[in-house]
Design a protein around this ligand. Structure first.
Ligand code: ATR
Length: 267
């Protein structure tokens, strides 16, 4: 029987994950089915339980369920334990293991796809929610220095910074001199993209954890206008986190080359 996988979220109808995993499966010649599973915002546990009870082999977890998934699973891999969030659930005998491939996905995209350097890079993370939480440890491990979390609500930045032993600041008080600036706020596709003073991004490389198929998220557009050296949205990260999940489920690392371009040209 064909193994079944899905992405669970709310909303989930625009998720690109089914297309990405279908491309991986075709390339790796793996026989899988990968669908979308929308759960009510207070109904993660019931929906996940049903999916696995009916024979499902693995879930990707997207907003707003990454913390619910962390609580629901029986065990955590190191990345999930460090970030407090789960984006991939793997069947482990009778138990379910919660993993997190977001961090490795980000690092692969930054280093391998974009060719940005992290080693010794002064790195600023905007936002202190679940998305920020998942990337701090991988950035530090990748060699980022002077890692600073800047958030609209400064107390949240302070709490997260204390947990990961990095610095914190309010969004309005950050100065310039950064090599890499990541947008991990939920401001997303709304607003002008101008979250900080222009000098914060000028001469830096700016990465938005959100994506838009044309690459022009408000943050990317705004940062480019302020003179950022390079900008990128997070579509590459989405594809790389999916590849790491596919490897956990199937034991095969799929070839990700060309998938980003194919998705963008289908917009
Ligand atoms: P996620 O899990 O996607 O990170 P979250 O936990 O709700 O979502 O966190 C949202 C983050 O985006 C927070 O850092 C939030 O700032 P506050 O802590 O001050 O609320 C930030 N955020 C959301 N909308 C924002 C906006 N319009 N401008 C700046 N920061 C914003």
């Amino acid at each position: 029987m064909t193994d079944r996988y899905a992405v669970i979220g709310n909303p989930v109808d625009h998720s690109l994950s089914p297309r990405i995993h279908a491309a991986f499966a075709a390339r790796a010649r793996e026989d899988i089915e990968y669908g979308r599973l929308e759960a009510p915002t207070d109904g993660f546990a019931g929906a996940a339980h049903r999916f696995f009870a009916e024979g499902g082999q693995g879930l990707n977890v997207t907003l707003p369920f990454k913390l619910d998934a962390w609580q629901w699973v029986d065990s955590h891999d190191d990345a999930a334990a460090a970030s407090g969030a789960v984006n991939t659930i793997v069947v482990d005998g009778n138990a379910k293991r919660g993993c997190n491939t977001d961090g490795i996905g980000l690092i692969r995209d930054l280093l391998d796809n974009l060719g940005w350097h992290l080693d010794g890079a002064r790195t600023l993370v905007l936002g202190a929610g679940g998305a920020a939480q998942g990337v701090i440890e991988p950035l530090k491990r990748g060699g980022a220095v002077d890692v600073t979390i800047a958030n609209r609500t400064q107390s949240k930045a302070e709490a997260l910074a204390a947990r990961f032993d990095v610095a914190s600041a309010g969004l309005g008080e950050v100065g310039g001199g950064w090599d890499v600036i990541l947008n991990a706020t939920a401001a997303g596709l709304a607003g002008t993209g101008g979250l900080v003073a222009p000098e914060v991004v000028a001469d830096g490389r700016c990465y938005d954890l959100f994506y838009a198929l044309d690459g022009a998220t408000p943050f990317c557009r705004w940062a480019a206008d302020q003179g950022a050296k390079e900008v990128s949205d997070g579509l590459g990260m989405l594809i790389e986190q999916a590849a790491a999940a596919f490897l956990l489920w199937r034991g095969v690392r799929p070839d990700t080359g060309g998938i980003e371009k194919a998705l963008r040209s289908s917009a």
